[in-house]
Design a binder for this molecule. Sequence first.
Ligand SMILES: [Zn+2]
Length: 257
Amino acid sequence: MKKVVIISMICLIVLGGILIFVYSKEDKSSKQKTPPKPPETVVQNNQQSSNTKVPAHNYSSDKLKVVAEPDSISVLVNKHNKLPETFNPKDLVFPKVPYLKRATTEKRQLRKEAAIQLEKMFAAAKKDNVYLTGVSGYRSYETQKILFNYYVKRDGYEKARTYSALPGTSEHETGLSIDVTGKDGTCAAEDCFGKKPEAKWIADNAHKFGYIIRYPHGKQAITGYKYEPWHIRYVGVHLATEIKQKGITLEEYYGLH
Ligand SMILES: [Zn+2]
């Protein structure tokens, strides 16, 4: 009888110990902070729920010039020249090139002429054993607005303006610009991409397919953007070749600097 009591007590103690251990672990994990969501996830959530949480900003007070020919292949869109709010490229298509998995459906689009030339460029790179991947192409005014408002809410209007484009002023809204990277997706839209062989190939060859590096090194005072070796813009072969040969920017081509 004594034996039974002792065994029962041991069992109870062991069981109690296990329960205490399990509960303390659960408690710990519930106290752990959830990792911050990347901006795009948050943005998409906002889009799905409602826009009421996004602070409104009166963009008309920014006195930007609205471009006259938003459909033009050589349109100049920058921090001073914006696309009309109602602008939607009519000839968006999906270029048959590889994209990073995380690229949304909208981002995989470009205007038709730019898309055809992008396919040719990626194929030519492949022949040189350079494997390019699309990161982000077209972005609608609405998406840019949601993105910008997210940054305003997080960091305030003035700070947001230093790193994010006002709705209507992102070149991605033209459907003529795309961010590209290498096969493995490392350094996508990051400074370290500039040191990759893919960046060198693009710098040497993009103009042959009508693309320019829109924000070259050392031209920040002119373009308003720091060097972005990954952001290419379609302007047509003739114009791209001239810009490349002269070592100028689109702003300088238009005599704005
Ligand atoms: Zn870009």
